[in-house]
Design a protein around this ligand. Structure first.
Ligand code: SAM
Length: 222
């Protein structure tokens, strides 16, 4: 079922300048370690393994991992894509040393011009899927929109917070319930099986590691 505009808006509306200023400490520092039980160092390591010198990041937030990861070249091409203008501005300022390209897009809709001129060798979609409304089979339309932007052999990678097929503490269940009621998360139907199916239907060499209630994944375009 296609999500309503209000549901799509809710998934990105929380990222105001003030929230973004606190995001690294509250989400990447505290929640990841103590509530979702996946320290951000695990995600940083995913970036270091898969990021290329020709990288697109979608759902950029504060650009924390893009700022800290090790690129395989000193002057990587980096493009940022997000529905929220605050996230794009915050992340692009943070990594302005790389002169990033920016694209404002709703990833649930077919991409509209201006589009990137050339495809990418890696795409990061970290903590994006659990913000997108719908069941995984439906929100995976985002992967269909991104696939044409991938060179042959390019990697898509990231992580997402799941409800099913992963261990969740009492606190994790409470906070996830709260975020879902507010529309900040939309992962009530997200489980490990659905994530694996969405990736294997579209990509090769799918790898998924579960750490706490976070699934860290990577896959390769054919
Ligand atoms: C939880 S933040 C993730 C930030 C960053 N990737 C990280 O891992 O710290 C989710 C990001 O996805 C963006 N977003 C949410 N819904 C979107 C949509 N439909 N299309 C594009 N971006 C979206 C939000 O604006 C926000 O910047």
């Amino acid at each position: 079922m296609k999500p309503t505009t209000a549901q799509v808006e809710a998934g990105q509306a929380v990222y105001t300048r003030n929230i973004l200023s606190a995001y690294d400490i509250l989400v990447l520092g505290i929640s990841n370690r103590y509530i979702w039980k996946c320290p951000s160092a695990r995600i940083a390591s995913l970036y270091n393994t898969h990021v290329s010198a020709n990288h697109l990041d979608v759902g950029v937030g504060t650009g924390y991992f893009l700022d800290r990861c090790r690129y395989p070249a000193s002057h990587p091409r980096i493009a940022l894509m997000d529905l929220n203008a605050n996230s794009l501005a915050f992340a692009s300022r943070r990594i302005e040393r790389y002169s990033p390209e920016t694209y404002r897009q709703n990833i649930l809709e077919p991409l509209s011009p201006p589009l990137p001129q050339k495809p990418f060798d890696s795409i990061g979609i970290n903590f994006l899927l659990h913000c997108l409304p719908g069941a995984i089979a439906n929100k995976a339309v985002a992967l269909d929109h991104l696939k044409p932007l991938m060179n042959p052999g390019a990697r898509i990678f990231g992580s997402t917070i799941l409800q099913g097929g992963v261990p969740r503490s009492w606190l994790a269940r409470k906070l996830m319930g709260f975020y879902n009621r507010k529309g900040i998360f939309a992962n009530t139907e997200d489980d490990l099986h659905g994530l694996r199916a969405a990736l294997t239907q579209r990509f090769d060499e799918v790898d998924i590691q579960v750490v706490g209630c976070v699934a860290l994944f990577s896959a390769r375009a054919g």
